[in-house]
Design a protein around this ligand. Sequence first.
Ligand code: PHE
Length: 356
Amino acid sequence: MDGLDDLRGKYLNGIGTAATEAALEDLRLAALGKKGEVAGLMRELGRMTPEERQTMGPALNALKDEIDAALRAKKAALGDMALNERLRSEWLDVTLPARPRRLGSIHPVSQVMEECTALFADMGFAVAEGPQVETDWYNFDALNIVPEHPARQEHDTFFMHRAEGDTRPPHVLRTHTSPVQIRAMQSQGAPIRIIAPGRVYRMDMDQTHTPMFHQIEGLAIDRDISMANLKWVLEEFFSAYFGTKVKTRFRASHFPFTEPGAEVDIQCSWSGGSLKVGEGDGWLEVLGSGMVHPSVLRAGGIDPDQWQGFAFGMGIDRMAMLKYGIPDLRAFFESDLRWLRHYGFSALDMPSVHAG
Ligand code: PHE
C-alpha cells in the first residue's frame, strides 16, 4: 500500500504544478492510460490471492478516481485562468471617444437628381430607366431621326465597336434620354407619366461641355394633354426647385421627335456679374420640349389618333450649377476631393418636397 501512496503523491503533485493542458494530458496517459502505471497495477490484480485482491482492488479504484478528479479540477482551473488572462489583456475602454473619420459626400449631380425626382414624383411622375448602351433604333429611328440627320454623324455620337462579320444592329452610347420614351411606351402603354434621369454621351469637350453628362427626360401621354399642361408642369417644377417663382419662355424650335417643338428659357438676372434665377429680364435656355410626334407614338406602339402628350429633356448638370453656384462644368467629373467636399452634400441632407 505504501507504493500506492507514492504513486498518489507523485501524480497529485504533478497535477498541482502542471501549467498547461498538454502537460495534464501527459500525466493522464502516464497514470490512467492503457499503458499507464495505475492500469498496470490493475492488471496485476489477477495474479494476487483473493485476500490481497480484496484490499488492493478498492484501493486502486479509489486512487484512479482521485487522480481522475484532480485532473478534471485542474483542467477547469487552467481554463478559468486562460479566460481571465484574455479578459485582462484584451480589455478595452468602450467609453473612449471614436477616432474621427472623414465622411464621404453626395455629389451635386446625385443630389439634384434626387431633388428633381422628388419634385416630379409629387406631380405624379414615376421614374423609368433605359440602358446607356442603346441600339440606334431606340436612340434615333424610333424618335423620327432619319439616317441623314446631323445628330447621327460620327462626330457627335459614340458608336460601339463592331468586329468584322458581326451582324448585330449598330449600338451607340445614348446621346439623350429620349429613347426611354420609346421603352416606356412599349412596356406600359398609354396613359404614361414618367421621368427618366440618367447619363448621356456626346463627343464634345470644352468649358461647358463634357463627353458624358446628365439629363432628365419627362413624358406625359393621355387623351388630351396639351402644351398648356407642359408649361404648368415646368413652371411648377422650376419654382419649387429654385424656391422662388420662376417665369418660363417658350421659343418655337425643331426636334424630329416633337410637333410642335419648343426650347424653354427660365427668367434670370445677370446683374453684378452673378446669375440669379427667378428675377430680372434675362433668359437662360434650360431644356428642349414639345408635343410628342405622331410617328414617335406609333414607334412606341401607341395610337396617335387616341393619345397625345408632351415630352421634355433637361440638362441636370446645368441645373446643379445654377442652383448651387458652381462655375465650371468640367470640375463635376474630375473627382477632386477638395471640390467634392466643398460642393458635396451630407448623406443625411435628403431632399424633401415639403422643405422651405
Ligand atoms: N432629346 C433632346 C436633347 O437631348 C431634348 C428633348 C427631349 C427635346 C424631349 C424635346 C423633347 O436635346
